[in-house]
Design a protein around this ligand. Structure first.
Ligand code: NAD
Ligand code: TYD
Length: 360
């Protein structure tokens, strides 16, 4: 990567999703002249309403271009990559439970889609060699702690073996490995981030925290898998977005960087705290049949990213309180998401489980 251009033009794939849209909002709100093109397929998880704060501000809106399309479509991807100073790939099918119900889309986006992006990047590297372009773009492949599998003890380091245990995690691991292989084989400028469980405003209500907050607002049961003692590290979405940006401009080509959260907690404790913030009773929580192959614990060593000069800023207590309050204040956003196809999904995932549920 050459130096950061004064007014970079970024291609942000998956920029209408939860973390991608936080990245877009964060960067455009700085008003430093950066331009962003979002490429997003708008799957059930993509939502243009996540970019509404940008659209509402004419100065920011003028620096955003939105393209609806698939990262697995070469014809769409190649000209966008050719026009970008850097690419940040957030696009993925991102929910473990859906990958258990139906893995195919995970492979199409996570493997073929990443391959198409990498091939477009390779063309740009070739154009630099031919003197047609000054510097090749860098690609940040946004990955996850789930590629390391369940970590019984200690913390996963970047050079540890990958041991994914769900179709989601396996597709993400394949994307990581492809990205790394393109760096080694073709000299492509690729960096990989592995973020931990992320929470915050605009997160799709299929995930633990927004599902439980929105169900609790409506006094619906909260389906806690198994004993609820699975442990996750929780990372605020703005911290995740800023860490990805830090790696984009400061990471070393071909390297992987863990982005750990600011707190490691069992699910029960997360649920206890969000109910306390809402003032809702524990009796809403129901113990339901566990997720197949449920990873017991994720934990990562963050020394490599810390050495690059990045630290998380948001403590979990403050981040969770702000997130709960955001969902309380933004009912229109999540009620619109919890309609249509949501109902079939919810039934398929939870009806049988809740019918056989126990006190938690
Ligand atoms: P999300 O599901 O909210 O958003 C994904 C976005 O990608 C959506 O806007 C969707 O429309 C888009 N998309 C999906 N397939 C596409 C395709 N083929 N072409 C173009 N766009 C496509 O997910 P998220 O939680 O924002 O996660 C973003 C990235 O961060 C993912 O790669 C995920 O693996 C990774 N990650 C997420 C977490 C987390 O806790 N949410 C943690 C670590 C890493
Ligand atoms: P999730 O938000 O799906 O993230 P991940 O699977 O990527 O960690 O789930 C977080 C934790 O919460 C995980 O241990 C599974 C658990 N969980 C439940 O107990 N009930 C639920 O309905 C959901 C969606 C998750």
């Amino acid at each position: 990567m050459t130096d950061r251009p004064a007014r970079p033009h970024l291609l942000v794939t998956g920029g209408a999703g939860f973390i991608g849209s936080a990245f877009v909002r964060e960067i455009l709100a700085r008003r430093d002249g950066s331009r962003i093109t979002v490429l997003d397929k708008l799957t059930y998880a993509g939502n243009e309403a996540n970019l509404a704060p940008v659209r509402a501000d004419p100065e920011q809106a003028a620096r955003l271009t939105f393209v609806r399309g698939d990262i697995a479509d070469t014809g769409t991807v190649e000209p966008l990559v050719a026009a970008a100073d850097a690419i940040v790939n957030f696009a993925a099918e991102s929910h473990v439970d859906r990958s258990i119900l139906d893995p195919e889309a995970f492979l199409r986006t996570g493997v073929v889609g990443v391959h198409v992006l990498l091939d477009a990047l390779r063309r740009e590297t070739d154009r630099v060699a031919a003197g047609d372009r000054a510097a090749a773009p860098r690609l940040v492949q946004v990955s996850t702690d789930e590629v390391y599998g369940s970590i019984d003890e200690g913390r996963a380091g970047e050079s540890d073996a990958l041991a994914p245990r769900s179709p989601y995690a396996a597709a993400k691991a394949a994307g990581d490995l492809l990205a790394r292989a393109y760096h080694v084989t073709y000299g492509s400028d690729v960096v990989i981030t592995r973020g931990s469980n992320t929470y915050g405003p605009y997160q799709h209500p299929e995930k633990l925290i927004p599902l439980f907050v929105t169900n609790a607002i409506d006094d619906l049961p909260l389906p806690l898998y198994g004993d609820g003692l699975q442990r996750r590290e929780w990372l605020a979405v703005n911290d995740h977005a800023l860490a990805v940006e830090h790696v984009l401009w400061h990471g070393a080509a071909g390297e992987m960087y863990n982005i750990p959260g600011s707190a490691e907690l069992p699910n029960r404790e997360v649920v206890r705290r969000l109910l306390a913030r809402l003032g809702k009773p524990w009796s809403l929580v129901r113990s339901v049949e566990d997720r197949p192959g449920h990873d017991r614990r994720y934990a990562m060593d963050g020394a490599k990213l810390a050495a690059l000069g990045w630290r998380p800023r948001v403590p979990f207590e403050a981040g969770l309180a702000a997130t709960v309050d955001w969902f309380v204040a933004n009912e229109a956003w999540w009620r619109a998401v919890r309609t249509g196809a949501w109902e079939g999904y919810y039934e398929r995932m939870y009806d049988t489980r809740l019918a056989a549920s126990r006190e938690a």
